[in-house]
Design a protein around this ligand. Structure first.
Ligand SMILES: [Fe+2]
Length: 139
């Protein structure tokens, strides 16, 4: 498997952990579809699914952070926005590719997604863990 979310990546907030798993699942699916050299339409569909799911997850995470009164809320949202813009750019880039550029692009794309998501969970989402766990307890 391309990305495997090991225990060290778990926040202990079940719903968010489950969403992170699904998000990595979409990146794994994209990785598989690119390696299998599926059609442009199929890859575009997968990219759209990944992008849709990412937006859904970010909205949920942001709502949860906001409700819990997380102090670095604005900064965290900015990271999410930057990632979504980057996905859009990469999707546009994909559609303009020549056949011979497909493989290096696929490698660059999946490496970027993997690095971003693992780094973001470990460095940023982990910061909200305590705030979220406390607010989950008081619910
Ligand atoms: Fe996040």
């Amino acid at each position: 498997m391309f990305i495997q979310l090991t225990d060290e990546y778990l926040l202990g907030v079940q719903v968010i952990d489950e969403q992170h798993r699904q998000l990595c699942g979409w990146i794994n699916t994209l990785h598989d579809h690119l390696s299998q050299k599926l059609s442009t339409q199929e890859i575009t569909d997968t990219l759209n699914n990944l992008s849709d799911y990412t937006q859904e997850h970010f909205s949920f995470e942001e709502k949860t952070m906001h409700q819990a009164g997380y102090p670095e809320f604005a900064l965290h949202i900015k990271e999410h926005r930057t990632f979504l813009v980057k996905i859009e750019e990469l999707m546009d880039e994909y559609l303009l590719l020549d056949e011979e550029d497909l493989e290096p692009f696929a490698n660059k794309l999946t490496a970027y997604l993997k690095e971003w998501i693992l780094h973001h969970i470990m460095e940023e989402d982990m910061k909200i863990r305590d705030v979220l766990q406390n607010s989950a307890k008081s619910e």
